[in-house]
Design a protein around this ligand. Structure first.
Ligand code: MN
Ligand code: MN
Length: 315
């Protein structure tokens, strides 16, 4: 078995070649793959700044510097997993309801191949149809959700489907294992003092950003791993969980967020879990004047790949 490798900088200058994720081969579908990168260029679910439709392209462009071996963790994902970029889901940019149906079908098609999708967003609406596909295959999943926002609104401007509602809709349909839902990084202003308590009243664990400030998140992640155990687990990472100092290129910014090194601790802390899918959402390159937000997103997606089940480690 030979595994796909990212195109090296000695074969083609890093600024050249096709701008696939990590300069991996581009496949038509997930057949034969253990994991895939897949883009969803949707932003018609956003409530404030748009632009996340350009996220997948921008993340792919900034991923060109990523090399295969993880020097921090010893992970060598391309030694034991077959990985490719399967391109973007052809969403209907004029119709959000049709778009979520298209996404659900696209993920059903990926999961048929027992392939783990790593999603480049796109606004957070997309996680709802992805979770529908996940639950159809695995049953209710454990969830680790990093975000400034709980995304459990009942509606936004009267609409049931939007980027602020995916986890309310998922809970209603029984897609989540309520004993094992963790929301990390929540903060900012709300409509009511109890805004985060809807999650808590469902049995979910809410770890507000303030509880994370100035400390390592390794102990929290060890506790989360203990609580989740062997359950199939989905990781949804909204880039606005990070402080805007690290990730300004996003739609609904909140100050006082997580650091990049805390984000790395969260993702690396998922090693050992039965991860069945991951996403990185809400990158809006339009507001990302340095390109740093997309660069961070590309690195976090690589780190997600590094903690998937079956990845070899060299130490
Ligand atoms: Mn979100
Ligand atoms: Mn958010």
């Amino acid at each position: 078995m030979t595994y796909n490798q990212p195109l090296g900088g000695n074969e083609m200058p890093r600024f050249g070649g096709v701008a696939s994720m990590m300069r991996l081969p581009v496949y038509d579908d997930a057949s034969g793959l253990d994991a895939c990168f897949v883009g969803i260029p949707v932003d018609i679910g956003t409530s404030h700044r748009p632009g996340a439709r350009f996220g997948p392209r921008s993340i792919r462009a900034e991923s060109c510097l990523l090399r295969p071996y993880n020097m921090a963790t010893g992970a060598a994902p391309f030694d034991s997993l077959q990985v490719a970029d399967v391109g973007d889901v052809a969403i209907n940019t004029f119709n959000l309801q049709k778009t979520v149906d298209i996404i659900e079908q696209a993920y059903n098609d990926i999961l048929i191949h027992d392939c783990i999708p790593l999603t480049l967003g796109g606004d957070h609406t997309l996680t709802f149809p992805v979770l529908k596909a996940m639950a159809a295959k695995h049953g209710p999943v454990a969830l680790i959700h990093v975000d400034a926002h709980a995304d459990i609104n009942d509606h936004m401007f009267g609409e049931q489907i939007a980027h602020g509602t995916p986890f309310r809709r998922s809970q209603e349909l029984g897609l989540l294992d309520s004993d094992a839902v963790f929301q990390i990084g929540l903060r900012g202003t709300g409509y009511e003092p109890e805004d985060f308590n809807w999650s808590r009243s469902r049995g979910w664990t809410v770890i507000q950003a303030e509880e994370c400030w100035g400390q390592s998140l390794k102990p929290i992640m060890a506790d989360i791993r203990d609580q989740i155990g062997e359950r199939p687990t989905y990781l949804s990472f909204d880039i606005d969980g990070l402080d805007p100092a690290f990730a300004p290129g996003t739609g609904t910014v909140e100050v006082g967020g997580l650091t990049i090194w805390q984000a790395l601790e969260i993702i690396r802390g998922c090693h050992g879990l039965n991860l069945v899918g991951c996403d990185l959402v809400e990158v809006s390159p339009t507001y990302d004047q340095s390109g740093n937000t997309s660069l961070v997103a590309a690195n976090l997606l690589y780190e997600m790949l590094c903690v998937l089940p079956g990845v070899s480690h060299h130490k």
